[in-house]
Design a binder for this molecule. Structure first.
Ligand SMILES: Nc1ncnc2c1ncn2[C@@H]1O[C@H](COP(=O)(O)OP(=O)(O)OP(=O)(O)O)[C@@H](O)[C@H]1O
Length: 308
């Protein structure tokens, strides 16, 4: 089921003017945050360490109470109707796991059962999710004996089991090897394509850019950027990033319209205006280089622009 578009688009989450302090005298951990997430949207939440992302997410699932403002999920207040949130949201936390002494198959079965599935449905969902995440080898492992990456996969499995319509995932690909990372991104793309609303916290802007439709960027408890990645990129200077690797350290004369940002061993990173590209290619013999890579602005550039 594709996400509804235009006028039909429903709001999944509506966060209005939310603030939170952990101590009355301390700085706010989040301050006057307002944004919404549409049903079926893939929304990314980026921000520096300690910016307040995890705290905000905990407020969004009713685990923490906000000092002011309101958070509604499909129109329901998340604090007053915390049970409703439990039926709608699959949450993958950043750390901690309450299911440590269970086996993987038990952890999944009990989670599905507690989400309201019958015993038979819970068993079916357990097997389906084990299959989807390709964690059959871990089926009988005790959770506390799993590796860091295996635990992340199990946490993701716990979040998606029972097919909740909204997924909130705090750094789901942390600790995963490249093959697993790709597998998880493919899975999330598929779940989103099937209509799931996904809110993703991540530090990996480049990977997030491949999947998200809109992004919120937090700094020091405030939402300092919000929009579609393309829209935010258009507000940056139009220059391209140029990465060059010299062949065996052989120096290359770069014209003065190439603005070098850094040199380290054989690597040079520079900025160049799009208009200057044809003359660069004409003036520099690219065969003298080991590598020549040009890139338009990325979501990572947007991120740096907002947090530095
Ligand atoms: N229970 C708590 N009591 C007091 N301070 C807290 C508590 N939880 C978080 N904080 C503080 O709130 C701030 C924001 O923390 P939070 O975990 O929300 O940040 P984050 O953006 O998720 O960071 P990271 O990217 O490093 O995971 C931090 O300074 C943290 O120390």
């Amino acid at each position: 089921m594709a996400a509804p578009t235009g006028a039909e688009q429903l709001i999944a989450y509506e966060v209005v003017g939310v603030s939170k302090r952990f101590s009355p005298t301390g700085a706010p951990v989040n301050d006057d945050i307002t944004f919404s997430v549409a049903q079926g949207e893939f929304f990314g939440l980026l921000g520096s360490n300690g910016a307040g992302k995890t705290t905000l997410i905990k407020q969004m699932i009713g685990l923490l109470k906000s000092d002011s403002g309101s958070i509604r999920l499909f129109g329901h207040d998340v604090v007053a109707e915390s049970r409703f949130v439990g039926t709608q949201v699959g949450y993958m936390p950043q750390t901690a796991f309450a299911l440590n002494s269970l086996r993987v198959c038990e952890a999944l079965y009990f989670t599905a059962y507690l989400r309201g599935l019958s015993s038979k449905q819970a068993r079916r969902q357990r097997d389906l999710v084990i299959d989807r995440l390709d964690i059959g080898d871990c089926r009988n492992k005790v959770v506390r004996q799993m590796s860091g990456g295996e635990r992340r996969l199990l946490q993701l499995a716990v979040a998606i089991i029972g097919d909740p319509p909204v997924l909130i995932l705090d750094e789901p690909t942390n600790e995963l090897d490249p093959v697993r990372r790709r597998q998880v991104w493919d899975l999330l793309r598929g779940l989103n394509h099937d209509g799931r609303t996904i809110i993703l916290i991540t530090h990996n802007a480049l990977e997030a850019e491949q999947v998200i439709e809109r992004v919120g960027i937090m700094r020091d408890g405030r939402m300092v950027g919000l929009g579609q990645p393309g829209e935010l990129k258009r507000r940056l200077p139009r220059s391209l990033t140029l990465d060059i690797t010299l062949r065996d350290g052989t120096p290359v004369d770069l014209p003065n319209y190439v603005v070098v940002q850094s040199r380290h061993r054989d690597r040079v990173t520079a900025q160049i205006e799009l208009e200057d590209l044809p003359r660069l290619v004409a003036e520099v013999d690219l065969r003298e280089l080991l590598e020549f890579r040009l890139q338009f602005k990325t979501l990572e550039d947007v991120y740096f622009d907002h947090v530095q």
